[in-house]
Write a protein that binds this ligand. Sequence first.
Ligand SMILES: Nc1ncnc2c1ncn2[C@@H]1O[C@H](COP(=O)(O)OP(=O)(O)OP(=O)(O)O)[C@@H](O)[C@H]1O
Ligand SMILES: [Mg+2]
Length: 377
Amino acid sequence: MLEERTNDLLNDEARQFSLLLNSVTDYAIYMLDTEGLIRTWNPGGRRIKGYTNREVVGTSFTRFYLPEDIEAGVPERNLHTAATEGRYVGEGWRVRKDGTRFRASVVIDPIRVDGELIGYAKVTRDITERHVAQQRLQEAQANLLQAQKLEAIGKFTLGMAHDFNNLLTVIINCQDLLEAKVQDEGSAKLVDTTLRAAERGALLTRQLLSFARGQTLAPERLDLNDVMRECEGVLRRSAGDAIALQLDLADDLPTCAVDRTQLETAVLNLVCNCRDAMNEAGRICIHTALQFTQDPARPEQPPTAFVRLSVHDNGPGIPKEQQARVFEPFFTTKPVGKGSGLGLSQVFGFTAQSGGFTRLISEPGHGTCVEMYFPAV
Ligand SMILES: Nc1ncnc2c1ncn2[C@@H]1O[C@H](COP(=O)(O)OP(=O)(O)OP(=O)(O)O)[C@@H](O)[C@H]1O
Ligand SMILES: [Mg+2]
């Protein structure tokens, strides 16, 4: 009896197709007429998009598209491509009934009877998970590449900075001796000028050393909130009167093992950058928080506890094409004498040498945020 029914069924082509379509739940398969109205669809469509049959049959397939895509005429264009080129294949964001978005892989084929177009077959698959995983992988690879590049610059810089430091030490010592010997005012002035230039050079090499992580740090266990409160006055003066500086410090922050002077220098570098970017009025916020996260340069390690110290401004932001370069030593967009391009490289080197890392978030037109992460002790 059952065998007979199965045989009957397998001989009825129309029912076979209907059975086949109704068994597919991972793909939304639907038929559209030439105007894009939905004529029929399978349970996969209901599952992926969340509508019932009654809600969609007879309505336009554009309802699954994002409002901005509808406005730009994307749905009509896709049908047109299918009709004129024989097929449309693409990917895009679509909306479910509950308003959530999903990444869809879409294929549209024209259906023709005796050469005449009578509608379209559309197959949609939800590929959100794959899409998100791919994006994460790409981000991780980009971060790793950036970290490796800075590592290479760091090694090179370390060698150079050590040699320069030795040379400058000799120059400064000799100038000191000379200063004590010269009698006439003109010569004394020359000696003084060379001495100041050499000292400035020594300061620059110290910053280079801190980028290259060749600086000898003196870490102590610190509550970063305390350090911020103590240097608030200096930071305020550096920001200037026209710029509002605000501290937003998290309660119950764990301590970190960091070098106090380097930390103060780093925050001062960040505040000065914000001030320079905003030139007149603006807002700077220094924020602390505890965060469980992963060091981007060590993607194999599980997330651990970091104290995040971030400095935000509401200035013009950093152009996308410059963002990968700002941590490089000597990268500056400021005129000669205004910036040496070592501020952010000090921040980068110091956080890395402290066992943490730095992250830049900047949206042109919406300000800049530099985050320093230090391992919580
Ligand atoms: N908050 C910010 N807003 C906009 N641009 C910024 C900001 N911070 C940094 N930049 C950009 O990044 C560049 C590099 O910054 P960095 O602090 O390393 O060097 P600098 O400020 O130019 O010179 P230095 O800090 O040595 O005086 C800056 O020249 C600027 O173009
Ligand atoms: Mg700077």
